[in-house]
Design a protein around this ligand. Structure first.
Ligand SMILES: NC(=O)c1ccc[n+]([C@@H]2O[C@H](COP(=O)([O-])OP(=O)(O)OC[C@H]3O[C@@H](n4cnc5c(N)ncnc54)[C@H](OP(=O)(O)O)[C@@H]3O)[C@@H](O)[C@H]2O)c1
Length: 301
């Protein structure tokens, strides 16, 4: 007997991760009946519209990839960041508790204060350094305060073939300048939206088959670690045939002041994700190679 497609609602469909989730899930219509909404179609700060959208679609799984992600701007727009990143996820969880479905939500390494050099575990104390991190942490807590079945995936340094991200900023700056100074004292794992979406799909297929893991927070990043300087070096190496690499100079965060402070140690420990959910993401260099290959293919065709 075949199982009918699982109803899925994806929010933030215009973002890097949301677009990738839509692409992956929509490719398997036998398993998924996908509805997706962009910001233009649903503003998460409008509570009534948000509740109504969830009730209308009645998803069995809700994927929330919408977020206020402008880390520096959040310092001057704390209320808006909180509305999108904290209040809205709590509302989504309340609605999903009513429906009895799963809420899959994404959070960030910026919930930590960046001290030490060992990878953060889910049980470690949080201590956000900036408004964005505090708003994302408040969103995690708002979800956990409801009875909704939920998985919160904390990820880091997200980029994709499309969207506003470090990869595209580097390629643009590399075309404009022959010398670049890049921060070299923040360590973490660049994680492609493709890798997050692939892991989310794998997990969702298991939820669809009746797997019922413990609700809670899981760290989901590509494996390995580097600094922004290391990530930039790898980006220019991957595109060296198309773009003469600029000269790169390592920079201390203190010499690159930004409105929001950022954690120096953004390493996230993926043990819980592997042991409890059976999910492992690729090494960040392999994920970058895949994104570079798809970008180079698009440019060539
Ligand atoms: N990007 C990173 O480096 C990073 C790192 C760690 C964790 N994360 C988390 O990963 C998840 C996905 O991030 P991403 O990189 O895909 O971010 P993104 O590309 O900025 O996408 C976020 C989406 O949310 C939308 N959005 C913002 N405000 C909204 C509102 N009021 N109502 C409805 N939609 C709204 C944005 O629309 P507009 O584009 O129109 O504003 C955008 O389409 C988020 O939970 C984020 O916090 C990201």
């Amino acid at each position: 007997m075949s199982i009918s497609p699982t109803r899925l609602l994806i929010l933030g469909a215009g973002g890097q991760l949301g677009a990738e989730l839509v692409r992956r899930f929509a490719a398997d219509p036998a398993s998924w009946s996908v509805a997706s909404l962009t910001r233009a179609q649903l503003d998460l700060t409008c509570e009534e519209a948000l509740r109504q959208a969830v009730r209308n679609h009645a998803p069995q799984i809700l994927l929330n990839a919408a977020a206020y992600t402008a880390v520096d701007r959040a310092e001057s727009e704390p209320e808006l960041a909180h509305a999108v990143n904290a209040t809205a996820p709590g509302i989504l969880a309340e609605e999903m508790a009513q429906l009895g479905g799963w809420l899959i939500h994404y959070s960030t390494d910026y919930v930590f204060d960046g001290s030490g050099t060992t990878p953060w575990r889910e049980s470690d104390p949080t201590g956000p350094l900036n408004v964005y991190g505090a708003s994302k942490l408040a969103g995690e807590l708002a979800i956990a305060a409801t009875p909704a079945r939920h998985l919160i995936f904390r990820t880091s340094w997200v980029y994709a073939a499309e969207g506003r991200n470090f990869l595209h900023t580097m390629l643009r700056l590399g075309r404009e300048r022959s010398n670049l100074a890049i921060v070299d004292d923040q360590t973490g794992a660049p994680t492609s939206a493709e890798a997050i979406a692939a892991a989310t799909l794998e997990l969702a297929l298991r939820l669809r088959s009746g797997f019922s893991p413990p609700s809670g927070v899981y760290h989901m990043t590509c494996s390995g670690e580097t600094t922004w300087f290391g990530f930039a070096s790898a980006i220019f190496a991957a595109f060296a045939a198309q773009l003469p690499p600029p000269a790169l100079k390592p920079l201390a965060s203190a010499d690159y002041p930004t409105p929001a402070r950022r954690p120096q140690n953004s390493r996230l420990d993926g043990t819980r994700l592997a042991e409890t959910l059976g999910l492992r993401l690729p090494h960040w260099q392999d994920a970058l190679a895949a994104v570079a290959a798809s970008l180079l293919h698009t440019t060539a065709s």
